[in-house]
Design a protein. Structure first.
Length: 504
């Protein structure tokens, strides 16, 4: 048995994006925790992002950290005394804090084994292993790989011939050994360890008793802006209806969940599976509401399916046209969507009584200003149909995506730090459209489409008595972990309140 601490780090973003960041409950990390428990390990999970959501720290100019400070996480590492620390990094904006925390870990005890996983490390293992304190990157799905890795560590065996990991060889060269297969039977996985993640804190942040849920893994679509297929494979694997209903009933009975957020792209791609799930929700009389919030397949939404959606508690469907330009969709994004079919699916959904949200992305490498306005015109057409919620993002060249390769070939990626990898920041600039112009267009579009003259931020629902602070505190911290000591860092003279914390 090994003592394992799993950590979701806080994130660091620019000041203009601090109020736009959404909470992220690490259900995937809870699934890995459950698998480790089943293998006999002692596991603790620390979600610094959700647990510290109400904390905002201003660091290094206009950068804002959201979540628990690194000193508090380091103190927890000392208390728990883990043999292994695993960092989950689903977002690039969490990479800076992961780096400093990995440094803290080795400063606390150099023999602690540091593992890193998640979307960013899986898509960019070389970048992650450039952090000298990271020993191994787990690639893709970790429920099977992580326990096998720990079993080898327990026995003192070498892990260098394992599939599904990346590591540094003795000469410093990164060896990348992708997993040749993914978990085929998702029903074989135990329920995620919901008792280890801050579910109640997530309820307070979101203002509703809702929780994210995946019904499948994998995606066979070739979209250039997404690395999901690289992380979870290109073959869609589904949980059985019985397994999904079992997990939903568990969350309803033990955590009082009243709403589910289906976050996978494949909810409706298999018509038979979709009908079985919706019928199962009705048969179990769960009395819940649900939202499909990661884009749905418009071709599957006929009147029969939509009637079952309404009967089972569906209240909102999110569609992701991405662009209103067919050239951008076909040549740049390689997204298989027919705008004509999508438009009629949205109209049918609205007629059935559902609310509809739409997501668009602008500012892609090679996109012209005329094509940006094609997207805005198409969005306006959908607004006239009754769509009441729009999200406009700027293209982000995430590591491991085809969009990143296109942007690199065009030389249009601006030099910027990782906290700028946000859909509200301008990362790309071409001769046709500058990053500053795209930011202005995006901000104007979101304001015009959503607010009708009101400030967009005022429409965000905040739980009663739980206000998100808009004035971050200034704080000082070590970006390089010091050896343990007990002196206090003094605040600067012009501060009117204490801004330093005692280093644990």
């Amino acid at each position: 048995m090994m003592r394992v601490l799993l950590v979701q780090p806080s994130c660091i973003v620019s000041e203009r994006c601090a109020d736009r960041v959404l909470p992220f409950l690490p259900v995937g990390l809870a699934s890995i925790a459950s698998a480790l428990r089943a293998s006999g390990h002692q596991v603790k999970l620390l979600d610094a992002l959700t647990s510290g959501w109400g904390q905002r720290w201003r660091i290094e100019g206009n950068w804002i950290e959201i979540g628990l400070p690194e000193e508090e996480i380091a103190a927890e590492i000392r208390r728990f005394r883990p043999q292994v620390v695993g960092f989950s990094v689903p977002f690039t904006t969490q990479m800076p804090r992961m780096r400093s925390l990995a440094n803290w870990v080795k400063a606390i005890h150099p023999e602690i084994f540091v593992v890193c996983g998640g979307n960013h490390p899986s898509a960019a293992p070389e970048d992650t292993l450039a952090v000298p304190e990271v020993d191994v990157v787990v690639l893709g799905e970790g429920e099977e790989i992580f326990p096998r890795l720990l079993a080898r560590l327990e026995r003192g065996q070498s892990y260098q011939r394992m599939d599904g990991i990346a590591y540094r060889k003795e000469n410093g060269v990164v060896s990348n050994r992708p997993n040749p297969h993914f978990i085929e039977n998702l029903d074989s996985l135990p329920l995620p360890a919901y008792d280890l993640i801050p579910v109640k804190a997530f309820f307070k942040i979101s203002g509703k008793r809702g929780i994210p849920l995946f019904t499948s893994r994998g995606c066979g679509k070739p979209c250039t802006f997404c690395s999901f297929g690289r992380v979870h494979g290109t073959t869609v694997r589904r949980k059985s209806t019985g397994n999904i209903i079992k997990e939903m009933k568990h969350l309803v009975e033990f955590y009082g969940v009243r709403e589910f957020f289906f976050d996978d792209d494949n909810l409706f791609s298999d018509r038979e599976a979709a009908e079985q799930l919706l019928s199962g929700i009705v048969a179990e009389n769960l009395r819940i509401q649900w939202t499909a919030r990661n884009g749905v397949d418009p071709a599957a939404l006929d009147e029969i399916i939509l009637a079952k959606v309404m009967e089972s508690g569906g209240k909102r469907l999110h569609f992701s046209p991405e662009s209103g330009s067919r050239r951008v969709l076909n040549s740049i994004l390689e997204k298989p969507v027919d705008l004509f079919i999508l438009e009629h699916a949205i109209a049918r959904s609205l007629e059935a009584g559902l609310k509809v949200s739409c997501h668009f992305t602008i500012g892609h490498p090679g996109e012209t200003l005329e094509e940006v306005y094609e997207t805005l015109n198409f969005a306006w057409k959908l607004r006239s149909l009754g769509v009441d919620d729009f999200d406009f993002s700027l293209a982000v060249p995430y590591a491991g995506t085809g969009l990143r390769a296109k942007a690199e070939n065009m030389g249009c990626i601006l030099p910027h730090p990782e906290p700028m990898y946000m859909p509200h920041e301008g990362c790309l600039s071409t001769d046709e459209i500058t990053a500053e112009e795209m930011v202005r267009i995006r901000d104007t579009a979101e304001r015009e489409f959503n607010s009708r003259g009101l400030v967009v931020g005022l429409k965000q629902k905040v739980a009663p008595g739980k206000k998100i602070p808009h004035a971050p505190e200034d704080r000082f911290f070590y970006t390089v972990a010091p050896q343990p000591r007990t002196h206090t860092i003094s605040p600067t003279p012009d501060e009117d309140q204490e801004t330093a914390e005692e280093v644990v």
